[in-house]
Design a binder for this molecule. Structure first.
Ligand code: HEC
Length: 151
């Protein structure tokens, strides 16, 4: 049986070593193919439940914030906070950062969504309840908790 072939050399040692190497490679490839789930690589790079700035966060900012937080908007004029880009969002106001990566509890960016910062609440004057939909708040919080990545 080929599996019991010895790889200890012999008269034509070079050839035998090549053959053994090829066989081992084939065997290990085979083993990998059966043990690794087909889409494991994909789930590792963009873990399940990972929030994307471009796909998930930016559309919310676009719909509820940039109206005031773009150059010329009243939120921008008053605070200096430009929410039209990742860079602007991370730069924060003229007083400093509003996003503290990894910590949505201390980030003004997410604190203001539930009105826990000296009565100031964002988005300012949204509707009668004045609060962003819970599902959006959760997305923004999760993005901050996951490190506020530019992803
Ligand atoms: C209707 C206009 C308006 C909208 C919409 C709005 N903002 Fe603001 N925002 C302001 C104004 C005005 C200020 C300055 C408030 C102040 O300093 O008194 C401000 C300030 C802020 C600050 C800085 C607060 C501080 O003092 O550090 C953050 C953070 C912020 N906004 C986040 C957001 C987010 C996030 C959204 C969208 C969910 C949003 N804003 C939507 C008007 C707006």
């Amino acid at each position: 049986m080929w599996l019991t072939l010895s790889c200890n050399g012999g008269s034509s040692m070079k050839i035998e070593m090549l053959l053994c190497g090829a066989m081992l490679a084939a065997l290990s490839l085979n083993a990998l193919a059966t043990t690794v789930a087909p889409n494991q690589a994909a789930t590792e790079s963009s873990g399940p439940g990972e929030v994307s700035f471009i796909r998930d966060v930016q559309p919310i900012l676009h719909d509820y914030c940039v109206n005031c937080h773009e150059p010329g908007g009243k939120g921008y004029v008053k605070s200096g906070l430009d929410l039209t880009s990742y860079q602007g969002t991370m730069k924060g106001t003229k007083f400093g950062a509003v996003v503290i990566p990894g910590n949505s509890e201390v980030s003004t960016f997410t604190k203001l969504l539930t009105g826990t910062n000296n009565g100031l609440k964002m988005p300012m004057g949204l509707n009668s309840s004045g609060t962003l939909d819970r599902q959006y708040i959760l997305v923004l919080r999760k993005w901050v908790k996951q490190g506020a990545k530019n992803n």
